[in-house]
Ligand binder design. Structure first.
Ligand SMILES: NC(=O)c1ccc[n+]([C@@H]2O[C@H](COP(=O)([O-])OP(=O)(O)OC[C@H]3O[C@@H](n4cnc5c(N)ncnc54)[C@H](O)[C@@H]3O)[C@@H](O)[C@H]2O)c1
Length: 264
C-alpha cells in the first residue's frame, strides 16, 4: 500500500530537478500526478515514462489564466485534486546593485505570486470539498540573508509568511498547508556551475552532514506532508538541509569537521 494511494496531486516545476523527483516519489506512493511546468519537452518525456498515473500540462505559475486551465486539466484527466506542491521557482544571481525593478519583480512573480495563485485556485477547490494538503517549497534562504540572491531570499521569506497565513485560513476548512525548506540540493538551480557531486560537496564544510542533498531526499518530505500520516500537521516548516541552518562551526572548538577531539 502506498502512502499516497488514491490522491491526485499537482506538482509545479515538475519537469526536472526536485519537482521531477517529487512527481516520481508521488507516483511510487500511489498518487496520480499532474506534472505542471513551462518546459514541455522534459515534462512530456517524464509523463511518458511514468505512464497512466501522470499527465503533463503547460503551466506558467505566474499566469492566472494558466492556473485555471491546469486545475481543469488535472480534474478532467485525473480526478478531484487533493494535493498541491508549489515547487516551481527561479533564481537570478546578481548583486542588489545590478537589479532593476523588472528583474526583481520577475523572481517575485514566479516564486511568490506563483505560490499565491496556486493557493488561490487549487486551494479554493480543496476548501470547497473541505479536504486537501498543500506543500509550499521554500528554502533555507528564507531564514537568513545570502549574497547575490536578494530577490530569491525575499521571495522565500515571503513564502513562509504566506504558508502560515494560508494555514490559518484553510485549516478550519479541512485543508492543511505546510512548507518544506530545502538546503543545498543537486539540481540545475542548486548547481549552476555544473560541478560534480564530489566537487560541490567540498563547499559544504559548514553543513553537519558534509554534503549536498539529492532531489529524492527532499521529495520524501513532501510525500510525508501530503500524506495522511501528517494529518495533524498544519502551518509548519520541515527543514531538509543536512543540518545547514543548525549553527556555524566554531574553528577553535572541538567537534568541527576534521577535528579528532571528540573521537574523530
Ligand atoms: N536546488 C537547491 O539548492 C534549492 C534549495 C532550496 C530550495 N530550492 C527550491 O526547490 C524548488 C525546486 O528547485 P530545483 O532546484 O528543482 O530547480 P530547477 O531549476 O531544477 O527546477 C525548477 C523547475 O521550475 C520550473 N519553472 C520555472 N519557472 C516556472 C514557471 N513560471 N511556471 C512553471 N514552472 C516553472 C522550471 O522549468 C523547472 O522545471 C524551488 O522552489 C527552489 O527554490 C532549491
Amino acid at each position: 500500500m502506498g502512502r499516497l494511494d488514491g490522491k491526485v496531486a499537482i506538482v509545479t516545476g515538475a519537469a526536472r530537478g526536485m519537482g521531477e523527483a517529487t512527481a516520481r516519489a508521488f507516483v511510487a506512493e500511489g498518487a496520480r500526478v499532474l506534472v505542471a511546468d513551462v518546459l514541455e519537452e522534459e515534462g512530456c518525456a517524464l509523463t511518458a515514462e511514468l505512464g497512466e498515473a501522470a499527465r503533463f500540462c503547460r503551466l506558467d505559475v505566474s499566469s492566472e489564466e494558466s492556473w485555471a486551465a491546469a486545475l481543469a486539466a488535472a480534474e478532467s484527466a485525473l480526478g478531484p485534486v487533493n494535493v498541491l506542491v508549489n515547487n516551481a521557482a527561479i533564481n537570478d544571481f546578481r548583486s542588489l546593485l545590478d537589479y532593476d525593478k523588472q528583474s526583481f519583480q520577475r523572481v517575485l512573480d514566479v516564486n511568490l505570486l506563483g505560490t499565491m495563485l496556486g493557493l488561490r485556485y487549487v486551494g479554493e477547490a480543496m476548501v470547497r470539498r473541505r479536504s486537501g494538503a498543500i506543500v509550499n517549497i521554500g528554502s533555507v534562504d528564507g531564514t537568513r540573508g545570502a549574497n547575490g540572491y536578494s530577490a530569491y531570499v525575499t521571495s522565500k521569506w515571503a513564502v513562509r509568511g504566506l504558508t502560515r497565513a494560508a494555514a490559518m485560513e484553510f485549516g478550519p476548512r479541512g485543508v492543511r498547508v505546510n512548507a518544506v525548506l530545502p538546503g543545498g540540493v543537486y539540481t540545475a538551480m542548486g548547481n549552476p556551475n555544473g560541478l560534480s557531486v564530489e566537487q560541490i560537496n567540498r563547499g559544504y564544510t559548514n553543513v553537519p552532514l558534509q554534503r549536498v542533498g539529492m532531489p529524492g531526499e527532499i521529495a520524501q518530505a513532501s510525500v510525508f506532508l501530503a500524506s495522511d500520516q501528517a494529518s495533524y500537521i498544519c502551518g509548519t516548516e520541515l527543514v531538509v538541509d543536512g543540518g545547514w541552518i543548525t549553527g556555524i562551526y566554531h574553528p577553535h572548538f572541538p567537534g568541527a569537521p576534521g577535528d579528532q577531539g571528540y573521537g574523530g
